[in-house]
Ligand binder design. Structure first.
Ligand code: IMP
Ligand code: MG
Length: 177
Protein backbone atom coordinates (compact mmCIF):
# COMPACT_ATOMS: atom_id res chain seq x y z
CA UNK A 1 0.00 0.00 0.00
CA UNK A 2 1.26 3.45 -0.89
CA UNK A 3 0.91 6.44 1.41
CA UNK A 4 0.95 9.62 -0.66
CA UNK A 5 2.53 12.88 0.48
CA UNK A 6 -0.22 15.23 1.72
CA UNK A 7 -0.97 18.54 0.03
CA UNK A 8 -0.49 21.17 2.77
CA UNK A 9 -3.73 22.83 3.89
CA UNK A 10 -3.08 24.40 7.31
CA UNK A 11 0.46 25.22 8.36
CA UNK A 12 1.90 24.98 11.86
CA UNK A 13 1.75 28.73 12.40
CA UNK A 14 -1.85 29.05 11.24
CA UNK A 15 -2.88 26.22 13.54
CA UNK A 16 -0.99 27.68 16.51
CA UNK A 17 -2.56 31.10 15.95
CA UNK A 18 -6.07 29.66 15.74
CA UNK A 19 -5.53 27.46 18.80
CA UNK A 20 -4.46 30.57 20.73
CA UNK A 21 -7.64 32.39 19.60
CA UNK A 22 -9.86 29.51 20.66
CA UNK A 23 -8.06 29.24 24.00
CA UNK A 24 -8.58 32.96 24.63
CA UNK A 25 -12.31 32.66 23.92
CA UNK A 26 -12.68 29.55 26.06
CA UNK A 27 -10.70 31.14 28.90
CA UNK A 28 -13.00 34.17 28.80
CA UNK A 29 -16.16 32.05 28.63
CA UNK A 30 -15.19 29.85 31.58
CA UNK A 31 -13.52 32.47 33.76
CA UNK A 32 -14.73 32.10 37.33
CA UNK A 33 -16.58 28.86 36.60
CA UNK A 34 -14.22 26.65 38.57
CA UNK A 35 -12.15 23.81 37.18
CA UNK A 36 -12.92 22.91 33.58
CA UNK A 37 -12.87 19.25 32.50
CA UNK A 38 -11.35 18.84 29.07
CA UNK A 39 -12.43 15.54 27.54
CA UNK A 40 -10.40 14.50 24.53
CA UNK A 41 -11.39 11.85 22.01
CA UNK A 42 -8.41 9.61 21.28
CA UNK A 43 -6.30 9.35 19.27
CA UNK A 44 -6.98 12.22 16.96
CA UNK A 45 -7.64 15.01 19.46
CA UNK A 46 -4.71 14.44 21.84
CA UNK A 47 -2.34 16.89 20.21
CA UNK A 48 -4.99 19.55 19.77
CA UNK A 49 -6.06 19.14 23.40
CA UNK A 50 -2.50 19.43 24.64
CA UNK A 51 -1.82 22.61 22.66
CA UNK A 52 -5.21 24.11 23.56
CA UNK A 53 -4.85 23.29 27.24
CA UNK A 54 -1.40 24.87 27.28
CA UNK A 55 -2.97 28.17 26.19
CA UNK A 56 -5.91 28.21 28.62
CA UNK A 57 -5.79 30.55 31.59
CA UNK A 58 -8.57 28.85 33.58
CA UNK A 59 -8.00 25.92 35.92
CA UNK A 60 -8.56 22.68 34.04
CA UNK A 61 -7.91 19.02 33.98
CA UNK A 62 -7.81 16.64 31.05
CA UNK A 63 -9.22 13.18 30.60
CA UNK A 64 -9.56 11.01 27.51
CA UNK A 65 -11.86 8.44 26.07
CA UNK A 66 -11.49 6.34 23.00
CA UNK A 67 -14.13 5.25 20.54
CA UNK A 68 -14.04 2.71 17.76
CA UNK A 69 -15.78 3.11 14.42
CA UNK A 70 -17.02 0.16 12.51
CA UNK A 71 -15.74 0.27 8.98
CA UNK A 72 -12.15 0.92 8.04
CA UNK A 73 -9.89 3.61 6.66
CA UNK A 74 -11.81 6.51 5.22
CA UNK A 75 -15.10 4.61 4.95
CA UNK A 76 -16.89 4.71 8.33
CA UNK A 77 -20.26 3.00 8.70
CA UNK A 78 -21.51 5.54 11.22
CA UNK A 79 -21.59 2.98 14.04
CA UNK A 80 -19.57 3.99 17.07
CA UNK A 81 -18.81 2.21 20.33
CA UNK A 82 -16.83 3.06 23.47
CA UNK A 83 -13.41 1.44 23.55
CA UNK A 84 -11.91 3.13 26.62
CA UNK A 85 -13.78 5.22 29.15
CA UNK A 86 -12.76 8.31 31.13
CA UNK A 87 -10.85 7.80 34.35
CA UNK A 88 -12.68 10.54 36.22
CA UNK A 89 -16.25 11.44 37.13
CA UNK A 90 -17.79 14.42 35.32
CA UNK A 91 -21.01 14.78 37.32
CA UNK A 92 -21.59 18.42 38.25
CA UNK A 93 -18.52 19.57 36.31
CA UNK A 94 -18.16 21.92 33.36
CA UNK A 95 -17.08 19.71 30.48
CA UNK A 96 -15.52 20.76 27.19
CA UNK A 97 -15.43 17.91 24.71
CA UNK A 98 -12.39 18.28 22.46
CA UNK A 99 -12.49 16.62 19.05
CA UNK A 100 -10.16 16.69 16.08
CA UNK A 101 -12.77 16.87 13.33
CA UNK A 102 -16.50 16.81 12.70
CA UNK A 103 -17.24 14.70 9.63
CA UNK A 104 -20.62 12.92 9.73
CA UNK A 105 -21.14 13.95 13.35
CA UNK A 106 -21.73 10.34 14.43
CA UNK A 107 -18.83 10.34 16.89
CA UNK A 108 -19.84 13.59 18.52
CA UNK A 109 -23.45 12.49 18.79
CA UNK A 110 -22.42 9.27 20.46
CA UNK A 111 -19.96 10.86 22.89
CA UNK A 112 -22.36 13.72 23.69
CA UNK A 113 -25.12 11.28 24.65
CA UNK A 114 -22.68 9.26 26.75
CA UNK A 115 -21.43 12.31 28.66
CA UNK A 116 -24.82 13.98 29.07
CA UNK A 117 -26.13 10.89 30.82
CA UNK A 118 -23.52 11.54 33.54
CA UNK A 119 -25.04 14.89 34.49
CA UNK A 120 -22.24 17.38 33.90
CA UNK A 121 -22.97 20.98 34.97
CA UNK A 122 -22.47 21.93 31.30
CA UNK A 123 -21.26 20.28 28.12
CA UNK A 124 -19.85 22.14 25.13
CA UNK A 125 -17.84 21.02 22.13
CA UNK A 126 -14.59 22.31 20.68
CA UNK A 127 -13.46 20.85 17.33
CA UNK A 128 -10.32 21.82 15.47
CA UNK A 129 -11.85 21.11 12.06
CA UNK A 130 -15.33 20.83 10.61
CA UNK A 131 -16.01 19.53 7.12
CA UNK A 132 -18.45 21.40 4.92
CA UNK A 133 -21.29 18.95 4.45
CA UNK A 134 -24.89 18.37 5.48
CA UNK A 135 -25.38 16.64 8.82
CA UNK A 136 -28.62 15.49 10.36
CA UNK A 137 -28.71 16.34 13.16
CA UNK A 138 -26.12 19.10 12.95
CA UNK A 139 -24.09 18.94 16.19
CA UNK A 140 -23.96 22.22 18.06
CA UNK A 141 -20.22 22.95 18.20
CA UNK A 142 -19.46 26.02 20.28
CA UNK A 143 -15.82 26.36 19.19
CA UNK A 144 -14.58 25.48 15.69
CA UNK A 145 -11.00 26.02 14.56
CA UNK A 146 -11.36 25.79 10.80
CA UNK A 147 -14.13 25.03 8.33
CA UNK A 148 -12.65 22.85 5.59
CA UNK A 149 -13.78 21.17 2.38
CA UNK A 150 -15.10 17.61 2.46
CA UNK A 151 -11.74 15.94 1.83
CA UNK A 152 -9.60 13.49 3.81
CA UNK A 153 -7.16 15.40 5.98
CA UNK A 154 -4.20 14.10 7.94
CA UNK A 155 -1.59 15.42 10.34
CA UNK A 156 -1.70 17.27 13.69
CA UNK A 157 -3.21 14.12 15.22
CA UNK A 158 -5.36 13.10 12.28
CA UNK A 159 -4.57 9.84 10.54
CA UNK A 160 -5.21 7.66 7.62
CA UNK A 161 -4.74 3.99 8.63
CA UNK A 162 -2.71 5.20 11.65
CA UNK A 163 -0.26 7.05 9.42
CA UNK A 164 0.50 10.80 9.33
CA UNK A 165 -0.59 11.60 12.93
CA UNK A 166 2.76 13.10 13.86
CA UNK A 167 2.91 15.55 10.95
CA UNK A 168 3.02 19.07 12.44
CA UNK A 169 0.67 20.50 9.77
CA UNK A 170 -2.70 19.47 8.32
CA UNK A 171 -2.69 18.25 4.72
CA UNK A 172 -5.06 16.62 2.27
CA UNK A 173 -4.64 13.17 0.75
CA UNK A 174 -6.60 11.07 -1.69
CA UNK A 175 -7.10 7.95 0.39
CA UNK A 176 -5.49 5.10 -1.50
CA UNK A 177 -7.62 2.20 -2.65
P1 IMP B 1 -17.64 11.46 12.29
O1 IMP B 1 -18.09 10.54 13.37
O2 IMP B 1 -18.03 11.00 10.92
O3 IMP B 1 -17.95 12.90 12.53
O4 IMP B 1 -16.09 11.32 12.20
C1 IMP B 1 -15.33 11.76 13.19
C2 IMP B 1 -14.12 10.89 13.39
O5 IMP B 1 -13.67 10.25 12.19
C3 IMP B 1 -13.05 11.85 13.79
O6 IMP B 1 -12.97 11.88 15.19
C4 IMP B 1 -11.84 11.29 13.14
O7 IMP B 1 -11.26 10.38 14.05
C5 IMP B 1 -12.32 10.55 11.94
N1 IMP B 1 -12.23 11.38 10.71
C6 IMP B 1 -13.24 11.93 10.02
N2 IMP B 1 -12.81 12.60 8.96
C7 IMP B 1 -11.46 12.49 8.99
C8 IMP B 1 -10.41 12.99 8.13
O8 IMP B 1 -10.61 13.69 7.13
N3 IMP B 1 -9.15 12.64 8.48
C9 IMP B 1 -8.86 11.88 9.58
N4 IMP B 1 -9.81 11.41 10.40
C10 IMP B 1 -11.10 11.70 10.11
MG1 MG C 1 -11.58 11.25 16.32
Amino acid sequence: MEFPTPRPLLGEEAIAARVAELAARISADYAGAGELSLVGVLEGASRFLRDLSGRLTVPRRADFLSVAHYGDGAVPTGEVRLRRDLHGDIAGRHVLLVEDIVDTGATLGFVQRLLRARDPASLEICALLRKAKRRDPEPDVAYVGFEIADEWVVGYGLDYADRYRTLPYVGVIDPPG
